[in-house]
Ligand binder design. Structure first.
Ligand code: ASP
Length: 313
């Protein structure tokens, strides 16, 4: 396998690298799942979480992932740092470099910020979500979760529903699924479908009911109100009626099919509370798996080829 240098976009990966992350995460899952336990794999390494945009799950997940591998963690958010005093991105990067961090996990509202950072710093950069562009670890934890439920993903059918336009998750997700040979159908309000989808190699369907009976996974995207500066659909009620998944739509899925969402959910809009809490939804499991997948990414970026679970107690 070609070694990973940074993790900025799924587009930079080949299938063997995706599989290496998934297989390593599989090895690490028992440790990710085990409270108050760690392995010494990254002892002595310093991981900086540079979060310039809000995050709950991803920030905590990276924090836990690094700690379970015994790395030291510096949490750096825009609020309370010199970034809020107007310090430039370059100066922030140079400061981190001077402090001797070994890896930077970066979340930013600006598409391209992690790539920019990788030009200033020699250490590995891990994209934790940049603008509308990419969210590679979300896609990796999602395909990891799918593979645990469905086995190999080649030939599987994943229906991605909702706000594709503003979703970095959708971009990363489609690329990861295609690398693993899955078939993807997008179902979205026409106003929330980017013109570039024509080149994504996916099918586009107008009606959710028509594609659900043939789906192995239905993946619901959050309606990203914070990125909408005009009306893209009439009302939330209308959205829920046409593009939301409720109990009636859940019943259209094959029995083995699972329901996924990257969180945070708008209950009552893209998913009803009944569906979110049903045993077909694996949304909480995605969060747990996220720790193992982020441990795998940190491990592959930061260590040599020692066993990822070496020294496990
Ligand atoms: N948490 C994911 C992200 O940061 C999905 C979302 O916010 O809709 O992109």
């Amino acid at each position: 396998m070609r070694p990973l240098r940074d993790l900025i976009s799924i587009e930079d990966l080949d299938p063997s690298q995706v599989l290496a992350v998934l297989d390593t995460a599989e090895q690490l899952l028992p440790i990710a799942d085990r409270r108050r336990n760690s392995v010494p794999t990254l002892r002595g390494k310093v991981v900086c979480n540079l979060f310039l945009e809000d995050s709950t799950r991803t920030r905590i997940s990276f924090d836990l992932a690094a700690k379970r591998l015994s790395a030291e963690v510096i949490n750096f958010s825009a609020k309370g740092s010199s970034v809020s005093k107007g310090e430039s991105f370059k100066d922030t990067a140079l400061t981190l470099d001077a402090m001797g961090v070994d890896c930077v996990v970066v979340r930013s509202g600006s598409s391209g910020a992690p790539l920019q950072l990788s030009r200033y710093l020699e250490v590995p950069i891990l994209n934790a979500g940049d603008g509308w562009h990419q969210h590679p670890t979300q896609a990796l934890l999602d395909v990891f979760t799918m593979r645990r439920h469905l086995g190999e993903l080649a030939g599987r059918h994943v229906v991605v529903v909702g706000d594709v336009l503003h979703s970095r998750v959708a971009r990363s997700e489609v690329q990861a699924l295609k690398l693993l040979g899955a078939r993807v159908t997008l179902v979205s309000p026409p106003t929330l479908l980017p013109p570039s989808v024509a080149s994504w190699g996916v099918e586009v369907a107008g009606e959710l009911d028509a594609v659900l009976p043939d789906a192995d996974v239905v993946y619901l995207l959050r309606v990203q109100r914070e990125r909408m500066h005009r009306a893209f659909f009439p009302t939330s009620r209308e959205y829920a009626r046409v593009w939301g998944v409720d109990e009636r739509r859940l019943a259209l899925l094959p029995e083995h099919a699972i329901v996924m969402h990257p969180g945070p959910m708008n209950r009552g809009v893209e998913i009803t509370a009944d569906v979110a809490d049903s045993d077909r939804a694996v949304i909480v499991e995605q969060v747990t798996n996220g720790i193992a997948v982020r441990m795998a990414c940190l491990y592959l970026l930061l260590s040599g080829d020692a066993d990822a679970t070496e020294g496990s107690a």
